[in-house]
Design a protein around this ligand. Structure first.
Ligand code: PMP
Ligand code: GLU
Length: 450
């Protein structure tokens, strides 16, 4: 029975809706049709909806597909939201002045040496801001892969040319300065936007200071604009996140949001920090925002002012969030690696990007030949939901997949971490909170050895 239900949903997930297309086609604008007709729902959101549907059907599914923080929003931030629920007015398009100042202070205290409130732009999630930026800018978008799922579809909707740079497991799925230089030497586009995401979704790995300095040098040489997606920066497991903006301030826009580090994905609040020099670009963003979303919800902006204080309640929350993520991530990566599934040790965020290619021959006996059939078979035969590497713009024949190790109760895990008296948190300390994660990993390993 489970197999039948899973098959029904995987078929739905992996196919495009032909009937819809036939009915809607006459009404779609022929000028924009080509950008939209082949786009399905974003893979991350689709897997979340489908796994939820399987759960509702009472199926025993382990949901490693969707990347959402398992932790509650810090209590002080929730209380601030409650206190400001009465704020009902529209706020200036660029954002609440107090919030822009709080975000600028946070950056000055932590990642960049000098910035002010006028450089901060608040939006309804960083995703929307990325879309507007790609809409406003001329030229092409350069994306190292594996990359987060939404940058290329956004570019496709805007008819922007995308240049991919494939990284490899050998380089920790990171872009090297030489690779970037070689690609840029062959680019004929006058304006170029490089999207750099670290700690990475889906890789879980991040750049060291020396890597960032080398990349900054190449970007400066080729006058590339960098969109530095640091949404998992505060979830760097040892708290050592650094921004490339420090080494290339004139050409870097930092992007982040409350969605990951603060557990508030559904609150929809993100921001950009623009270089001082880019006032004109910021004005264009404000014009586009004013004609689309107007401003972000007022109570959420007031609550975010609290979130961006770097004081004890926030630091304590982040300390325990990181420590739980590090423990769970290292456990999963080690188990997978020990069983021959190549997996980089995660350095931040909550993803792993395992590579099953050592088992290619065995998997071919199950009819698995690419990342999509890998994930389909795994879901069908074990009930474990991963997202295929192809969703992250890897070559379809590669046997990679993304695993989001967030299927645990974050509130309880924080409690265990706070009550832990030793210096190091172990997976046993988190038991039984993380039993679904442990179970999911062992289902994958048993399957690959079956
Ligand atoms: N960048 C990355 C790498 C992501 O994983 C996400 C997903 N939440 C986003 C950007 C967009 O996040 P949001 O719109 O919630 O700020
Ligand atoms: N970023 C999350 C993920 O990669 C989901 C949210 C989203 O894609 O907007 O799973």
């Amino acid at each position: 029975m489970i197999k039948k239900a899973v098959r029904k949903l995987t078929a739905f997930f992996y196919s495009s809706n032909v009937t819809d297309r036939l009915i809607l086609q006459p009404f779609m604008n022929p000028k924009t049709q080509s950008q939209f007709q082949n786009l399905g729902k974003s893979a991350t959101l689709a897997i979340n909806e489908h796994s939820a549907a399987l759960d509702r059907d009472g199926k025993d599914i382990i949901r490693f597909g969707f990347g959402q923080s398992p932790f509650p929003v810090p209590e002080v931030v929730v209380n601030t939201l409650k206190n400001f629920a009465y704020r009902k007015e529209y706020i200036s398009v660029e954002g609440l002045p107090e919030l822009r100042a709080a975000v600028a202070n946070y950056y000055t205290d932590t990642l960049v040496t000098d910035c002010d409130a006028s450089q901060v732009f608040i939006g309804p999630g960083s995703k929307e801001l990325m879309f507007l930026l790609q809409m406003i800018l001329d030229g092409e978008t350069i994306i190292p892969t594996p990359s987060w799922v939404s940058y290329p579809p956004q570019a496709a909707m805007l008819k922007r040319n995308v240049i991919y740079i494939q990284t490899s497991a050998d380089s920790n799925w990171l872009l090297s300065a030489d690779q970037l230089d070689a690609k840029l030497n062959h680019s004929s586009s006058a304006t170029k936007l490089l999207i750099l995401n670290y700690p990475g979704n889906p890789s879980g790995t991040t750049y060291q200071k020396s890597d960032l300095i080398a990349l900054a040098e190449i970007a400066r040489k080729h006058e590339v604009l960098i969109l530095s997606d640091e949404i998992y920066g505060r979830l760097n497991h040892d708290g050592s996140h650094q921004s490339i903006a420090k080494f290339y301030p004139e050409g870097t826009i930092i992007s982040s949001s409350l969605s990951k580090w603060c557990g508030a994905g559904g609150w929809r609040l993100g921001h950009f920090l623009f270089p001082k020099e880019m006032t004109q670009l910021m004005q264009s963003m404000a014009a586009a925002a004013s004609e689309t979303f107007s401003c972000v919800s007022a109570p959420v902006q007031y609550a975010a002012v609290r979130a961006y204080q770097t004081d004890e309640p926030i630091n304590d929350y982040l300390f325990h969030v990181r420590s739980v993520l590090e423990t769970v991530g290292n456990y999963c990566a080690k188990k997978l690696n020990d069983s021959g599934i190549i997996t980089m040790r995660p350095e931040g965020g909550f993803y792993l990007f395992p590579d099953f290619s050592e088992y290619r021959e065995f998997l071919s006996t199950k009819g698995v030949s690419d990342s999509e059939s890998l994930c389909r078979k795994l879901l069908e035969e074990t009930g474990v939901a991963l997202l295929p590497g192809s969703a992250f713009f890897r070559k379809p024949a590669e046997l990679t997949a993304r695993l989001a190790y967030v299927t645990f109760d974050g509130e309880k895990a924080l409690g265990h971490s706070r009550n832990n008296s030793s210096d190091i948190l172990s997976i046993d300390d988190l038991s039984p909170v993380c039993n679904r994660v442990v179970e999911g990993i062992s289902r994958i390993i048993d399957w690959i050895h079956s």
